[in-house]
Design a protein around this ligand. Structure first.
Ligand code: PEP
Ligand code: MN
Length: 359
């Protein structure tokens, strides 16, 4: 089972378990005190099995904090030695790989901005030849499943056997409450195609603290093998991603509020959650489309008002409805459904345009 593989491959010391592993730690390693205090607090939470900390930070603008580099690795290793937690950090170049190995990093992750570039991924894969530590591959920033799969293939070809996926959401052109839209169907398809364990990085999906709990639960319902959650001893002072980091105490309550389902016993519930998630996405799309339709309808209303045209043009509507019924029949939808849905939409449209006329 994928999760057992994750437990075994990432930290051989884990007792075999069916429940998802939790990877927690700050977005960035900022100072010796910050990482040690965070790690100490996290090590007291039994579910936390691994400590994350960014050493080299890919920032959008060059003036921002770009990570402590090698000095940070010294502190991260110290955190590992004092807490016993295995450590994981992000690498983007062969030099990063070399330094991370020098400081006894247990596992590496490749960031979303690096996975979009096959040249960089290939360089990292080449640097990992003959090195036997797990590599976690984040999804690329864009919703491109093939690009994500390609990164796995490059590492596999270089002989890296322990690979794990990290789902951190995708850039999305529409308004959304998330920093990176989850598009759950993409990670689900990845795990069906590659049979790799998957960790959900809820912090980078949400971009804020408020959505973390519900998103973590959703990830668990969809059978994630692990959660990555950014934790900082003092989030409001964090040098990166301050809005989405939580304290170790907050992590403790978040975990206490989650329902962990056993993977093996609850596949019916998980299959259902999977399908429901697809329905939720579709309903969301329907809502966005309806809103757009109403907006265009209002623009038409304004136009009619300016040009003195009547709101209802029955002939045109009858023709459109007949066309929709025919298209619906081709798609296996009953005439009654099409009639009722479009009649309701049309009525709402007329109401909107009439109120524009009266203004
Ligand atoms: C991170 O994990 O801190 C990070 C930079 O993530 P991503 O590559 O997902 O943006
Ligand atoms: Mn971050």
């Amino acid at each position: 089972m994928a999760n057992t593989y994750l437990q075994r491959s990432v930290t051989p010391a884990f007792p075999p378990s069916d429940s998802p592993i939790i990877i927690a730690g700050p977005c960035s390693v900022e100072s010796e005190d910050q990482i040690l205090a965070t790690a100490q607090a996290l090590s007291k939470i039994p579910e936390v099995k691994m400590l994350r900390g960014g050493i080299w930070k890919p920032r959008t603008r060059p003036a921002a904090f770009e990570g402590r580099g090698e000095e940070g690795l010294v502190w991260l290793r110290e955190a590992k030695q004092t807490t016993g937690l295995p450590i994981i950090t992000e690498v983007a170049t062969p030099e990063h790989v070399e330094l991370a190995l020098k400081y006894d990093i247990n596992a590496l992750w490749v960031g979303a901005r690096t996975v979009v570039n096959p040249f960089s991924v290939q360089q990292l894969a080449d640097a990992m030849r003959g090195v036997d530590i797990p590599v976690f591959i984040k999804n690329p920033v864009s919703p491109d499943l093939q690009l994500w799969i390609g990164a796995f293939e490059r590492f596999q070809k270089a002989g890296v056997t322990r690979l794990v996926a990290i789902h951190r959401g995708f850039s999305y052109y529409k308004e959304s409450p998330y920093r990176n839209f989850p598009m759950w169907e993409i990670p689900i398809e990845l795990t069906q195609k590659l049979n790799v364990p998957i960790v959900t990085d809820v912090s980078h999906i949400c971009g804020n603290r408020e959505l973390l709990q519900a998103t973590a639960q959703k990830a668990l319902d969809l059978a994630t093998d692990g959660l990555m959650i950014e934790c900082h001893i003092n989030p409001s002072e964090a040098l990166t991603d301050a809005k989405q980091q939580i304290t170790p105490d907050e992590l403790k309550s978040l975990l206490a509020g989650l329902t962990f389902r056993s993977k093996s016993s609850n596949h019916v519930e998980r299959d259902l959650a999977n399908l429901r998630s697809e329905i939720d996405d579709i309903d969301n799309e329907l809502l966005q489309l309806l809103a757009r339709r109403m907006e265009v309808s209002a623009q038409i209303g304004e136009y009619k008002k300016r040009n003195n045209v009547t709101v209802v043009q029955m002939d045109r509507w009858k023709k459109i409805l007949a066309e929709h019924v025919a298209t619906g029949a081709d798609l296996g939808l009953s005439p009654q459904l099409i009639d009722e849905v479009f009649e309701a939409i049309h009525q709402a449209s007329i109401k909107r345009q009439s109120s524009i006329m009266e203004d």
